[in-house]
Design a protein around this ligand. Structure first.
Ligand code: AOF
Ligand code: ZN
Length: 350
């Protein structure tokens, strides 16, 4: 097996924790000696041991690590955080070489792990190719704002709701499951007050029990006007209300209200950045989608297209805000989900 094959194995390890690592990256590792895999491991959960230490813990005898090569999808850390520095553990274990998928963009590490290893006689090689594991994490530390994804389901004629302001189910089960996977990869999900009223969504992840479910955010003019009997308020997890008016009633321990004279997409993104939230999924409605597009704050779009024609005066997916320019995106992929199709596009420079 070649370097990139072992690294792919480490990527598969990392992916086992999807949704579980909260603001920490997904990280996987494989320990190899004489072309034999000695141990594999990954970072299981936010606050828990890192991938390198988890891998070493799977060895029957710690001495086996001496002279071995460690493949790890992210540069080993060099700082004391919730966990001690991995590069120290790696050097102490007698590992000869560390093959790294990508340098850690987080300033607390950013090359310091590699430097430590070199200074302690451990060879290092950065081979690249694991950046897609942590798109939002990388983006956040490079751009200092969360990665924003717009998600909507639309009819083949580009509409999201039938006229009459009622919820219209457009896509089938396979697309619904796919949306769950998308939510799993985001730390916050935002909707407008209209979507809350019309769709009454839960905005939860139901395919996995997450220690930190995505923060559910409602953008509204007046938080006091929201219907607190909506399903959203019944499900577990943090809720943020972004309102122009102070909330005067007590709603629940998990509900926070932030006020601003006018909430713009730029202010929303700034608030999230201040809380170190690295990813945001905007799930509607069309006016909010339009505001994010007009503010040029959309990094990825995931559109589910159903073979339905709504016609007439039904609302388009993105509508209600003047656009200052045309934005160009790059096609990531197209996937069939039974009768529906998912199209993903990403901003060219991401
Ligand atoms: C992880 N898992 O496997 C690796 C990480 O607060 P801590 O101690 O958990 O440190 C989190 C930081 O450690 C993270 O932002 C990243 O820079 C580095 N590496 N983190 O959660 C891992 N290898
Ligand atoms: Zn570490």
């Amino acid at each position: 097996m070649q370097n990139k094959d072992y690294m792919q194995m480490a990527v598969q390890e990392a992916l086992k924790a999807q949704g579980m690592t909260w603001t920490n990256p997904l990280v996987g590792a494989v320990l190899v000696k004489d072309d034999q895999v000695l141990a594999t491991g990954y970072h299981h959960q936010f606050g828990k041991e890192h991938a390198e230490v988890n891998t070493l813990s799977h060895l029957a005898d710690p001495k086996q690590a001496q002279g071995a090569t460690l493949y790890v999808t992210l540069e080993p850390c060099s700082h004391y955080g919730k966990q001690p520095p991995c590069c120290k553990k790696v050097a102490e274990a007698g590992i000869k070489k560390v093959v790294i998928g990508q340098v850690d963009p987080h300033q607390i590490v950013a090359g310091k792990g590699i430097k430590y290893l070199k200074n302690h006689g451990v060879q290092t090689e950065v081979i690249g190719g694991t950046e897609n594991l942590n798109v939002a994490y990388n983006f956040f530390y490079q751009q200092e704002r969360p990665f924003v994804t717009l998600k909507y389901a639309m009819s083949i004629d580009g509409k999201i709701n039938a006229a009459g302001k009622r919820r219209t189910m457009l896509t089938g089960d396979a697309a619904q499951v796919d949306v769950q996977k998308l939510r799993l990869q985001n730390q916050a999900i935002l909707i407008g007050a209209n979507t809350l009223r019309i769709d009454n969504p839960l905005l939860t992840v139901r395919i996995k029990n997450l220690p930190h479910p995505p923060i559910r955010i409602v953008l509204t003019k007046d938080a006091n006007q929201l219907d607190f009997t909506s399903q959203l308020f019944k499900a577990r997890g943090q809720i943020w209300l972004l309102s122009e008016t102070k909330l005067t009633q007590k709603v629940g321990e998990n509900v926070c209200c932030y006020t601003a004279s006018k909430w713009t997409p730029a202010k929303v993104v700034q608030l999230l950045a201040e809380h170190e939230i690295q990813s945001l999924l905007v799930e509607g409605g069309s006016n909010i989608q339009a505001q994010f597009v007009a503010a040029d704050l959309v990094d990825e779009i995931v559109a589910y297209v159903a073979p339905i024609v709504l016609g007439g005066t039904a609302l388009p997916a993105v509508f209600g805000q003047a656009l200052t320019g045309i934005s160009h995106y790059q096609l990531l992929d197209v996937k069939s989900l039974n009768q529906d199709v998912r199209i993903r596009v990403r901003r060219k420079e991401c």
